[in-house]
Design a protein around this ligand. Structure first.
Ligand SMILES: NC(=O)c1ccc[n+]([C@@H]2O[C@H](COP(=O)([O-])OP(=O)(O)OC[C@H]3O[C@@H](n4cnc5c(N)ncnc54)[C@H](OP(=O)(O)O)[C@@H]3O)[C@@H](O)[C@H]2O)c1
Length: 289
């Protein structure tokens, strides 16, 4: 049995689909969104919360391998404390579970000692997982998911602009979650014995948000669609207006400012273990069909 956390999300849903496609028994954790469609395809569905040790015990019972992630619950007033509690609960549950292989989703910035915002929580998760004895841990560190771009669609439709606090000219090694999922599924299926390994993934090209906005605009019949870099306070206000908690909004702003501070991702590309195939145009063709 393989357990999948976050099976309603971008990566987890695709990992589950790949495993079911290979005829593997899969158990998924349903949280808010229903997973009936995965159940109909043969997944065992259990309901629960990643911060609840009892729910984790049910999810991980008699499991050989598990996909582990730390969701960004941006509406949570205690965004940081909840993620810390979740990462401790996940590591503790794995320690007593007999799971032999873990594949954990993380981010490039989690490799940096001064990781801030959501990356700090993922750094903590990585550190906790590295303490597991007798369990192989494969950490997949990815850059900016292409799916993040879709969060800009309501703004584009409402105001005819795209924007964030990220420098529009900063080129990011964006990655499609279907490629992250393929790497994760392989890690769950083809286990290597023991140890803690980190694999750095990057997409096939570095793309700035200005260029990505133009590509989105062309597909939406708005070839002149502008990208606007918002001041951090303006972004924070918009996120609060959209229902994020103070801490959740602060974390998302910090994530974007940390990307700006990085200035160049050339070293990340040079250090990458895997370059994934899906280009932005290919992703947008499928996403904006
Ligand atoms: N976005 C990026 O650019 C990026 C880059 C590198 C790494 N990552 C990492 O990749 C991870 C996966 O990304 P994704 O895009 O697949 O995430 P996603 O689409 O936001 O999905 C999050 C999943 O977690 C579940 N979830 C949320 N809170 C939960 C809780 N308290 N208990 C149980 N399940 C809960 C959600 O279920 P419900 O919807 O039912 O609540 C959903 O299935 C992220 O969490 C992040 O740490 C992201």
């Amino acid at each position: 049995m393989i357990a999948v956390m976050g099976a309603a999300g971008n990566v987890g849903s695709r990992v589950t689909g790949l495993l079911l496609g290979q005829g593997r028994p899969v158990r998924v954790l349903e949280h808010r969104r229903r997973l009936d469609a995965l159940g109909a395809r043969g997944a065992e569905v259990v309901t629960g919360d990643l911060a609840d040790p009892g729910d984790l015990g049910v999810l991980l019972k008699d499991v050989e391998a598990a996909l582990v992630l730390l969701p960004d619950v941006v509406t949570d007033p205690e965004f940081t404390a909840t993620r810390s509690r979740m990462s401790r609960a996940i590591a503790d549950a794995l320690a007593g579970s007999g799971v032999r292989q873990v594949v954990a989703l993380s981010t490039v910035a989690a490799g940096q000692a001064g990781a801030t915002g959501p990356a700090a929580g993922l750094r903590e998760l990585e550190q906790r997982l590295s303490g597991l004895q007798g369990t192989g841990v494969l950490v997949l560190r990815s850059p900016f998911y292409m799916e993040n771009l879709l969060a800009g669609l309501p703004l584009i439709q409402a105001q005819g602009i795209n924007g964030s606090a990220i420098d529009g000219d900063l080129e990011l090694p964006m990655i499609a979650t279907r490629d992250v999922a393929r790497e994760a599924a392989q890690g769950l299926l083809h286990r290597e014995p023991g140890g803690h390994r980190v694999r750095l993934l990057v997409g096939p090209e570095d793309v700035s948000l200005r260029a990505a906005t133009q590509a989105i605009g062309r597909r939406l019949g708005r070839p002149e669609l502008p990208y606007v870099q918002f001041p951090p306070d303006a972004l924070r206000g918009a996120l609060l207006g959209a229902g994020l908690s103070e801490e959740g909004a602060a974390a998302m702003v910090e994530l974007q400012l940390a990307l700006n501070r990085q200035r160049s991702f050339r070293a990340v590309r040079d250090a990458a273990d895997v370059t994934t195939p899906t280009r932005l145009e290919e992703f947008l063709e499928a996403a904006l069909r």
